[in-house]
Design a protein around this ligand. Structure first.
Ligand code: GCU
Length: 690
């Protein structure tokens, strides 16, 4: 329970926890030792005035505790300390941490806020018990901070058990069902609670036959998982198949307009909530890459999403409906179809048609989790729809957890991107429903959230590459506060992961990780063009033309004269027109298009001079060669930490770095040679080309 969690962590600090039931007398301040954590759960009425806070004993808990099974926790301290007059209102996840007169106090309005406040104390360590007086108010920006697991119960012949998983098998499933022993899940739940993640979808968005049954026959097992997540403030979600009425219910159709189909979903939701009262809802991939959806019945995505939403609504559940919809059977000869346009073309016209308990889940870029993409224009185009942005913690296109690639800086850039015409509305504000998103026809539209694909498996180090844990950590912390500095978060992770380590550990990890995303970008596909990955190796390693003549819509169009995709309104696919000003003009014009996205938006000759002053071809040559030099230097830097970090961890990272150097070298040599052969332009530096 939350109380146990609080008690354990307080004890870890050598303190004790005072828990009062509502109405009980306040403890004598003199009896509270400096390392004791004293917790107060305050209701709105209680905190309205500082004077009142002094006299009124803790009232009954906040009117609506987020999880009905949570115990009522109330504690109090010397009235003087809780005179936090600045706190006008408590949202459920919010807490105030006060340090005054030798006591640390966490004030929260609900059990989850209390939990987060406590984790904050643990994260700070001694600092939270330091000398200076502080008064910190913290609350998450996004109300839903979700991780999606692409886990299958069965081991898929091509994808393995975890689709795009690089950390072993699933922590949830073994031997064809939910694991008997969920202790690993419990540790994970605690970890997620500590970084503020509050929602988890436990099965793959590609819902295969066995996994579809989690919704029906598997419910008791799902309930066991939900029980493990609940005490840590995490709600459980399921990915469901749109074809469930047919596949599971034996109905002849899954048509959203069919009353039997509607009744089937309503009954399914009733059963779910009878088993798991605080179930979060459904995640749905429909009409995407072969998954069933409403198109088969001549219906659109709003019809499809609302069908499920109406079944969940009486129970307070939410549908996370994915916007990752495009033609995956494209003819590469067809130059008019542009995959980047697809999500906007499908969804923007539906703005305003989704029920209030539908959240449209939009990948951060218009293609597919590439190392560099522009931010999806869908996020600016649907002011009357609840939106969530989807990130990818699992490193499908960023080195598959063989490569060091710290993604915090990428996510900071996405979340802080001033996408809307009103520049105060960055992506984080759009999806979090902060002021700015609410000035819409349905002014009281609730927020959407931030979601991401998890990178965790049953691997000894959780994430395959031990340093990939930093990505999970940064994701949770950025979903809580998108304005946090991503390198500072990395530093926080280092401190928590290697407590008391030799200072060289911190220094070296910063050397390896701070700019590792940019380094990875520098040896892989250049200037935003994307892909060039090997289809035969599940997107790992280079293959410049691997997707060039395929059905997937991800082309670079390199020929002897130039490279890139013309997505301009003037001469190309008109994709730039999907952006609001000023971005449509910025991207449309070669003179203002940023270098790192040049080939995403334009087809240019190899001799085109970048803003950086070098030509496209020389940039391709130089950055690939320089990046491999950087990665190579990491090997020795890491070797010097032998004995300063746990041996097994040291060995695992060393082994992965060897592979990263090999793979980066392969990228360098293939790309440099490929573009030399295409263009005939020599590398001005004379470095080897094959
Ligand atoms: C990528 C990934 C797939 C996944 C898909 C999705 O295309 O390669 O494995 O199913 O994204 O996000 O649905």
């Amino acid at each position: 329970t939350v109380v146990d969690e609080v008690r354990r962590a307080t004890a870890a600090h050598g303190g004790s926890l005072t828990v009062l039931t509502p109405g009980e007398a306040l403890p004598d301040a003199a009896s509270v030792r400096s390392h004791d954590l004293v917790l107060l759960v305050a209701s709105r009425a209680h905190t309205r005035g500082s004077g009142a806070a002094r006299q009124v004993p803790p009232p009954a808990l906040a009117e609506q505790p987020p999880h009905p099974n949570d115990p009522l926790v109330a504690a109090a301290t010397d009235g003087a300390l809780v005179a936090t007059g600045g706190v006008a209102d408590f949202s459920p996840d919010m807490f105030v941490r006060v340090r005054a007169a030798g006591t640390t106090v966490v004030v929260a309005g609900a059990a989850t806020g209390l939990l987060y406040g406590l984790h904050d104390v643990v994260r700070l360590g001694e600092t939270a018990f330091g000398d200076c007086d502080i008064d910190v108010t913290d609350l998450p920006v996004a109300p839903v901070r979700m991780l999606d697991h692409w886990d299958n119960i069965d081991v898929h012949p091509v994808m393995g058990q975890v689709e795009r998983g690089y950390a072993g098998g699933s922590i949830f499933y073994a031997d064809g069902r939910v694991r008997e022993d969920l202790s690993r899940v419990a540790a994970y739940a605690r970890l997620l609670g500590s970084i503020g993640v509050n929602a988890v979808a436990i099965n793959n968005v590609n819902v295969h036959r066995t996994e579809a049954r989690l919704l029906t026959d598997g419910l008791d097992d799902v309930a066991r998982v939900a029980d493990v997540f609940r005490p840590h403030g995490v709600r459980t979600y399921l990915s469901v198949s749109f074809a469930s009425p047919v596949v599971l219910g034996g109905l002849p159709t899954s048509d959203p307009a069919d009353p039997d189909v509607q009744a089937w979903w309503a009954a399914a939701a009733d059963r779910v909530y009878a088993t798991i009262p605080d179930f979060g809802g459904f995640v749905v991939k429909a009409d995407s890459e072969g998954q069933p959806g409403p198109f088969a019945y001549g219906r659109d995505h709003a019809d499809g999403a609302n069908l499920l939403a109406r079944a969940l609504r009486p129970h307070g559940g939410t549908v996370f409906w994915r916007a990752f919809v495009y033609n995956h059977e494209q003819d590469w000869r067809d130059r008019r179809t542009d995959r980047a346009r697809a999500a906007y073309d499908h969804f923007a016209p539906l703005d305003g048609r989704f029920d209030e308990n539908v959240v449209l889940q939009v990948k951060y870029g218009p293609i597919d989790f590439q190392t560099r993409e522009p931010v999806s224009p869908v996020l600016a185009a649907m002011p009357r729809t609840r939106l969530a942005v989807e990130l990818q913690v699992t490193q499908e296109y960023t080195g598959q957890q063989n490569h060091v690639c710290y993604l915090g800086p990428l996510w900071s850039q996405v979340l802080g991107f001033p996408l809307a015409e009103d520049a105060t509305r960055d992506v984080a504000r759009i999806v979090s429903g902060l002021p700015g998103h609410r000035d819409t026809p349905s002014g009281d539209l609730p927020a959407g959230g931030i979601t991401a694909v998890s990178n965790v498996g049953d691997d000894e180090f959780w994430t395959g590459h031990p340093l990939a844990q930093a990505n999970l950590y940064a994701y949770g912390r950025l979903a809580w506060n998108p304005e946090a500095d991503s390198v500072a978060l990395l530093d926080e992770w280092i401190g928590l992961t290697f407590p008391g380590a030799d200072p060289r550990v911190r220094e070296t990890l910063h050397t390896l990780m701070d700019d590792s995303w940019l380094t990875y970008e520098a040896y892989t596909a250049p200037l935003g063009v994307g892909f060039m990955v090997d289809p035969g190796r599940q997107h790992y390693g280079p293959n410049v033309d691997g997707y060039e003549y395929s059905k997937w819509g991800t082309y670079h169009f390199a020929d002897r004269d130039g490279i890139g995709v013309d997505r301009t309104v003037a001469t190309g696919t008109r994709y730039t027109g999907q952006y609001p000003s000023p971005w449509r003009e910025t991207y449309e014009d070669l003179a203002t298009c940023p270098d790192e996205l040049l080939l995403f938006f334009h087809h240019v000759p190899y001799s085109h001079v970048l803003h950086s002053g070098t030509t496209v071809i020389q940039h391709i040559y130089d950055s690939r060669a320089d990046a491999v030099d950087v990665v190579t230097s990491w090997v020795d830097a890491w070797a010097a930490l032998d004995g300063l970090v746990p041996d097994r961890l040291h060995a695992r990272v060393a082994e992965r770095l060897t592979e990263q150097v090999r793979s980066a070298t392969e990228w360098r040599d293939q790309l440099r040679s490929y573009f030399f052969r295409k263009s005939g332009v020599p590398d001005a530096t004379g470095r080897p080309i094959y």
